[in-house]
Each structure stands twice: as structure tokens, then as C-alpha cells.
Design a protein around this ligand. Structure first.
Ligand SMILES: [Zn+2]
Length: 154
């Protein structure tokens, strides 16, 4: 039962469910309050600042500053097969914080608090349910994104 624990990002069916669809397409979508303009990531259906339920999805860059990091050597249940891995807490440029794995583009001796990093969404497998995790990579790292709806095709 615990092999999926911590690996599956459960997104309940709410007004922000579309977040998972955007993520699957490679887009990091936060919410922007239509009343006061407050932005959050991940998206929140009700504004934490003015409590308005009127929001729109807003793509964020995923760029940010590394606040802290650590190396996990005694992995929790479900991660034993992965062994030692690194995680970092990113202070997002657009606001909010995100905990993610430190990706392979960052060498062990390169990790420094205060360094600029890029959040990259990683999809486990193509299923109707979203199974995603994030890695922190060097600025400028790109990943596959689906064409935006209505975008001109070449
Ligand atoms: Zn608001």
C-alpha cells in the first residue's frame, strides 16, 4: 500500500482541478485574484488576502531563490529504492515556496543557499491521473510544454 505514498500528488475535484491539467501540459499555473490581484502558487480558489472566490489561472515562471537544502540519506517508506537524494526549498519569484528534489543539472558541490534555480515539472507516466514531482534545475532549463489552446500551428 505504501509504495505510492508521497509519490502521488492528489488533487481533489475543486475549482482548481484544472491546475493538474495545466501541469500535465507542462505549465506551472498559479492563481491571480480578479478582485485584489494577489497571486498564489499552487492556485487557490479563494483569495487568502481578500477572500474573493473570483480568480483566474496565471502562468508562473518557476524561477526562484534557494532558501535551504538538505540531503536525505535515510529515505522514508516508499523511497528506499531511490537511496540518497537532495531536496531544496525554493522561494518563488512570483511568491510562495516550493519543496522539490534538486535535479541532476546541479552538482553536489554547486548547491548554495541564495542561488537562482528553476522549477521543472516531471510527469511520472501518462495516465488520466496526474503523477508529478518537481525538480530544481539551473536557470534556463527547458522542458516540454503542450501547445497553448488556440496557438497557431506552424
Ligand atoms: Zn484577493
Amino acid at each position: 500500500m505504501f509504495e505510492w505514498f508521497g509519490k502521488i500528488n492528489f488533487t481533489p475535484h475543486t475549482r482548481v482541478t484544472e491546475f493538474a491539467d495545466h501541469l500535465k501540459d507542462g505549465y506551472l499555473m498559479g492563481s491571480k485574484c480578479r478582485k485584489c490581484g494577489f497571486e498564489t502558487y499552487p492556485p487557490r480558489a479563494d483569495c487568502p488576502k481578500c477572500l474573493s472566490p473570483d480568480f483566474e489561472f496565471n502562468e508562473i515562471s518557476g524561477q526562484g531563490t534557494l532558501l535551504t537544502h538538505t540531503q536525505i540519506t535515510a529515505a522514508p517508506t516508499g523511497f528506499q529504492d531511490i537511496g540518497t537524494y537532495r531536496v531544496g526549498l525554493l522561494d518563488l519569484k512570483e511568491g510562495g515556496r516550493l519543496l522539490a528534489w534538486i535535479g541532476e543539472s546541479i552538482g553536489e558541490d554547486e548547491v548554495k543557499i541564495g542561488m537562482q534555480l528553476q522549477v521543472v515539472p516531471r510527469i511520472f507516466e501518462d495516465t488520466p491521473d496526474i503523477k508529478v514531482y518537481y525538480t530544481l534545475e539551473k536557470p534556463g532549463t527547458t522542458w516540454n510544454k503542450a501547445p497553448k489552446p488556440g496557438a497557431a500551428t506552424p
